[in-house]
Write a protein that binds this ligand. Structure first.
Ligand code: AMP
Length: 443
């Protein structure tokens, strides 16, 4: 294990580390430091508690020279006001012996307070996307000097519907910058976002420490395709005695809807679904009926299940095999809690075999494989995603070269240019009325 001394950081940071009582870097810190220092774009998969804030702040603080300039050079975006305050506090501790100005801005506070704050000048801005965008629109804050951008908890941000604000902000940042992103889970939305804005990023991920594997029975099934997975799932769930409270993980909203629909045909009211396209009320109802035992099976995507307090899950079924092994750890960590014995079942196709092996490597444990039960029909039908001509992307391996990506990485795809038109429409309206106007509630 590396030591902080190996990082060759300045004295002031060493003193702060000593004061904080940190003995050695956490795995995400060891992995992130050299990559962030190199100036490359970075995609980090790590959750709160792994030391990820310091993982991105340490190299940033090491690089940031004293300056009296007014406009910030580092921008950290996080999804909530609480996180803004937490990150600001953490930076304060790390930068205790550095002469740095940090401005924290978030919604719900009078705009004038933030106008005055940023008018004093700052080196680092920590912000929620909405308030940051408003401050740049009113020209109180200039982002033209930003050299490093950190987006933390991207999965949550996209799930909260901040894509529009994020896109607008990224558009006005100088193109010559380093993008650093952290997310607890990798989702389709996050992947799409990375493809649009990041330049050949380096992927870094770490295992979730302390996942209690001992009281989780893990098994896996090799299954040829999507519909056979559905058949197996239906076969297993017939056993109500054993499968009392089941969380079924699927990779995205589309699969969530399809799997839910196919399960509902067999089990009616016994199944519920949650994903981010469902209304808040719908989600609350689904979770409540699952928690009270009214519903036995809950189909969910990775992001949705985070932060949910779901007790006494008897089985976690991984309908797909996550590309990032950490997502698997998050998923199975939902069962076998508090001394209860839990079970996890992983379904993988031939294409997903490599991901399964990555999970086994991370856990240092080979998941016992079971033969498909005789009663499970092998389907020949192909799901929309399995049909030929669809190219499956593996972003853990494939790194686009500059050429593949096009000359200017910030040049946008056609569909995103459409979004920008939306942005300019709102900007126009904002200019006219001095405050945001919406075209009616989406709900
Ligand atoms: P985070 O994942 O950034 O939310 O950090 C979780 C907690 O770990 C925070 O309270 C940090 O202060 C603490 N922490 C960060 N780095 C280290 C380290 N190298 N050793 C011990 N604790 C740390």
């Amino acid at each position: 294990m590396e030591l902080f001394e190996d990082f060759k950081i300045n004295k002031q940071l060493h003193y702060a580390i000593e004061d904080l009582g940190f003995k050695k870097p956490t795995p995400i810190q060891s992995k992130s430091f050299p990559v962030i220092m190199s100036g490359r774009d970075v995609v980090g998969i790590a959750q709160t508690g792994t030391g990820k804030t310091f993982a991105y702040m340490l190299p940033i603080l090491q690089n940031l020279k004293f300056s009296k300039q007014k406009h910030p050079r580092v921008l950290v975006m996080v999804p909530t006001r609480e996180l803004v305050l937490q990150v600001e506090e953490e930076i304060g501790k790390f930068a205790k012996y550095l002469n740095l100005r940090v401005a924290a801005v978030y919604g719900g506070v009078n705009m004038n307070t933030h106008h005055l704050l940023v008018a004093q000048g700052c080196d680092i801005v920590v912000a929620t996307p909405g308030r940051l965008y408003d401050l740049t629109l009113s020209r109180a804050l200039r982002l033209k000097e930003i050299k490093q951008l950190v987006i933390d908890e991207v999965d949550v941000m996209l799930d909260l519907g901040f894509r529009f604000q994020l896109t607008n902000i990224l558009e006005i940042l100088p193109p010559q910058r380093q993008n650093i992103m952290f997310s607890a889970t990798m989702t389709d939305d996050v992947d799409l976002f990375i493809q649009d804005f990041f330049k050949s990023p380096e992927n870094i991920s770490v295992a979730v420490s302390g996942t209690p594997l001992d009281n989780i029975d893990q098994v896996c099934y090799s299954v040829p395709n999507f519909y056979t997975k559905v058949n197996l799932l239906q076969y297993l769930l017939k056993d109500k005695q054993q499968f009392q409270k089941v969380l079924v993980f699927v990779p995205n909203k589309k699969s969530a809807d399809l799997v839910f629909q196919l399960l509902e045909e067999k089990f009616n009211q016994d199944v519920a679904v949650i994903h981010s396209n469902k209304t808040q009320n719908y989600r609350i109802r689904s979770i409540e009926s699952f928690n009270t035992g009214e519903v036995r099976v809950l189909v969910t995507s990775d992001v949705m299940s985070r932060g949910l307090d779901l007790n006494k899950i008897t089985h976690v079924i991984n309908f797909d095999t996550p590309l990032f092994p950490e997502n698997y750890m998050h998923r199975i960590g939902r069962t076998g809690r508090a001394e209860e014995q839990g079970s996890s079942i992983l379904l993988y196709t031939e294409k997903e075999q490599a991901y399964k092996e990555a999970i086994e490597k991370l856990m240092d444990y080979k998941i016992p494989k079971l033969a498909l039960p005789e009663g499970v029909e092998i389907s020949k039908e192909l799901s929309p995603e399995e049909k030929p001509k669809h190219k499956e992307k593996d972003f853990t391996k494939h790194k686009k070269t500059e050429e593949e990506r096009g000359a200017a990485f910030h040049e946008k795809k056609e569909k995103n240019q459409k979004e920008n038109l939306g942005g300019s429409y709102r900007r126009e309206i904002k200019k006219k009325y001095k405050k945001p106007k919406t075209r009616g509630s989406k709900k």
